[in-house]
Design a protein around this ligand. Sequence first.
Ligand code: 5AD
Ligand code: SF4
Length: 429
Amino acid sequence: MRYHIVTYGCQMNVHESEKIAGVLKKEGYEAADSIDGADLIVFNTCCIRDTAEKRALGNIGALKKRKKSQKELLIAVLGCMTQQKGFGESLRETYPFVDIVLGTNNLHLLPYYIRLKKPAVKIETDDTYDVGVSTETFRTSYPNAWVNIMYGCNNFCSYCIVPYVRGREISREPQEVLREIAFLLGEGYKEITLLGQNVNSYRYGDTDFAGLLREIDVLPQKFRLRFMTSHPKDLSPEAVEIIRDSAHICKSIHLPVQTGSDRILKLMNRKYTAEHYAGLVKLIKERIDGVLVTTDLMIGFPTETEDDFQDTLRLVRECEFAQAFTFVYSPRLGTVSAEMPDLDAETKKRRITELIRVQNKISKSVSETFTGKICEVLIEGTDSGGRFVGRTDNGRLVAFPQDGEYKIGDFVSVKISASKSASLVGEIV
Ligand code: 5AD
Ligand code: SF4
């Protein structure tokens, strides 16, 4: 049997697809390069924004014809989209040709349902499945390895579906996390990225996030340590100092702000003000030399006025983000803000275009500060033009000509010769 997994959404899902692949490999299944060559197609879906959801539904729907002519083709839908209330069942009604629908915590049951050979729907949010140090994870992101430190979220931002589909926060035992990281470093991984919806609220017994970082940091190998995502209400000054003093933690912090308007922050249930946020970014930049801060921004939250939007632009200019992921608000079924009237599409379009324009200018000027510098870059892969690509410690993407002496997974010194908007060009020195 040959499988192909289509992944939607964030890094959390990319890593979950590695776990799905691991479970299938263990059963002796082989990976197919594309959907066309597969007997089993797994959609690992995401429902955080309606763009990802629409794409997944469109791709699933497109298989209807093929399933008619290829009866033995198996189609499985996994991921957080299936965890929405009643969604698994309604998907089976709208797309009856889908064979298997499983929730995020049931991915390990996939081989069982494949063997069962009859339509199955099993969705549960409880019984968190923790792969831990497992040979079952089939990793595809070398030299980086993703490591979950926690699952779920307790924050209930009013626009967000994650707490409903992924359940409450559960932190993994620190010894488990450390064992997994030690194993991965032994295997030759050069970068570890800790994953959690809100890593700063990690807690297991007496170990909090700062404590966990400290324990990981004493591992002796040369490696980079990254983490995502941080919440501005929980990132502690202690964690900032640990990042500054660490041998391994990268000087790059992803700190989603969403909006610069206090009124909208309140409606979003984010539990901080724009002033607190700007103060935190200031502290981070003062304490950590060369740090780059990136963010998530969302425009078009219900009732957002022109003044609210101007507050966001002001904060964006003040914080000088190295890069920002920009989103247009979309109502998610069952969330608090879905009850509020949605803004018109034209206003949203105008604001997102303006926001992207302002941020692009800032991203470009941040990139320009790199010109002429020599940076340590971890070679992560190659681009379509055959150049090596990698990132600086503080997260800037760099492309540079290949050199036969080096390979993916090596650390090299790169002299930056030019910059584009959010990326750099250089050569190994
Ligand atoms: N609409 C638009 N963007 C959203 N995000 C989360 N929920 C929504 C929504 N309903 C964005 C936030 C978050 C990122 C992962 O996705 O900016 O930080
Ligand atoms: Fe969603 Fe807020 Fe939790 Fe992030 S912190 S996953 S935006 S509820």
